[in-house]
Write a protein that binds this ligand. Structure first.
Ligand SMILES: C[S@@+](CC[C@H](N)C(=O)[O-])C[C@H]1O[C@@H](n2cnc3c(N)ncnc32)[C@H](O)[C@@H]1O
Length: 332
């Protein structure tokens, strides 16, 4: 799979895919991804390369470049890092990308991607390859001081961009009970939202992630047979609100499709059903057999990680990849 192309000595994008009983496509073997393991292991890397099919000279936009795992492999195949735009709203990720790609000189932007997409689009920029690998990175989850982890003790922050915006603490300690319950129900899809919100309000002020995790666990209880911490859904809800995550996707998707060049490919990896539903809908709005369709779906069902990938990257467990190719501009 990661052998060099025998004719050109270039890295190959080829991937052998299997179809599971439920129709989801998975790669046959992904053990070579261990080679790229660093701080953050890129999820579904073989599948991303398969669907994005990077080719020499192509223009690449990475909306969530993070620790450059996907970006490195894609830029190695386009041979044009200077034509790549790498975006992240996290300063630590930006520092890492600047160091990692210092000699290659891609355009690196510290900004939320919804703002970047509007700006690039207003300048008429077009791309052959667009990737969004949504959500948080492993360094976010592994560093207690960022406040994302349900298992490590840290401040209730959860901002991807720590230079601005409200923190999880602002929400937990200031929102009224009804608003808290609504957030936890809607963005955490948590059936026990009312009880959790009541307990949060009763225990204020709450200053640390462990304090919050314990309050949620004692009010929601461990579900029988579940391996997941009972506060995971509440943490997800807070994180989504703190970073305005769904609005970022909703605002950007239609413009991203417009920014694709003819035959350009877009891939989006999401990590929970709220995101996946939005991406599915945004693609469906532009795809199909209609006279005005602008894209063709490359994945009818979302692609998920193989058992082989999950062995060395359990965080890929909830990843879902959807991809599409541009067939024409609107109105053509
Ligand atoms: C799952 S990681 C991406 C990892 C990357 N593909 C790699 O291989 O290293 C997601 C990254 O996207 C960034 N991010 C999430 N939402 C963002 C947004 N709306 N705008 C810009 N960056 C965002 C996070 O800060 C994080 O670094």
């Amino acid at each position: 799979m990661y052998q060099k192309n025998q004719n050109t000595n270039e890295p190959s994008n080829k991937l052998s895919l299997d179809r599971r009983n439920d129709g989801v496509l998975i790669s046959k073997s992904q053990s070579e991804q261990r080679l790229t393991a660093g701080q953050h292991i890129p999820v579904l890397l073989s599948e991303v390369l398969h669907f994005l099919e990077p080719r020499k000279g192509e223009f690449y936009l990475d909306l969530t470049a993070g620790y450059g795992g996907h970006a490195k492999e894609i830029m190695e195949r386009t041979f044009q890092p200077k034509q790549a735009v790498l975006v992240d709203r996290d300063q630590k990720a930006i520092d890492y990308l600047e160091q990692q790609f210092a000699g290659k000189k891609p355009e690196i932007i510290h900004q939320d991607f919804a703002s970047v997409v509007q700006e690039l689009s207003s300048k008429g920029r077009q791309f052959d390859i667009i990737l969004a690998d949504l959500g948080v990175s492993s360094p976010h989850l592994d560093s207690a001081s960022r406040g994302f982890s349900v298992r490590l003790d840290g401040p209730l922050d959860m901002r991807m961009d720590q230079s601005k915006g409200i923190t999880a603490s602002d929400i937990v300690n200031n929102y009224d009970e009804a608003k808290l319950a609504e957030i936890i129900r809607r963005y955490g899809e948590e059936p026990r939202a009312n009880r959790i919100a009541r307990e949060i309000v009763a225990h204020r002020p709450i200053t640390t992630t462990q304090q919050l995790a314990k309050i949620v666990a004692s009010s929601a209880g461990w579900r029988s047979g579940s391996k997941h911490h009972p506060a995971i859904r509440t943490f997800q809800a807070l994180r989504i609100v703190v970073n305005d995550e769904l609005a970022q996707i909703e605002i950007s998707m239609p413009t991203l499709i417009k920014m694709l060049k003819p035959n350009g490919r877009i891939a989006v990896i999401s990590f929970h059903s709220l995101e996946d539903r939005m991406i599915k809908r945004a693609f469906a709005d532009e795809a199909g057999d209609r006279y005005d369709s602008t894209i063709k779906l490359l994945t009818k069902q979302p692609v998920t990680a193989s058992d082989a990938e999950l062995v060395f990257n359990p965080r890929a467990r909830s990843a879902k990849l959807r991809a599409a190719v541009k067939i024409k501009k609107k109105g053509e």
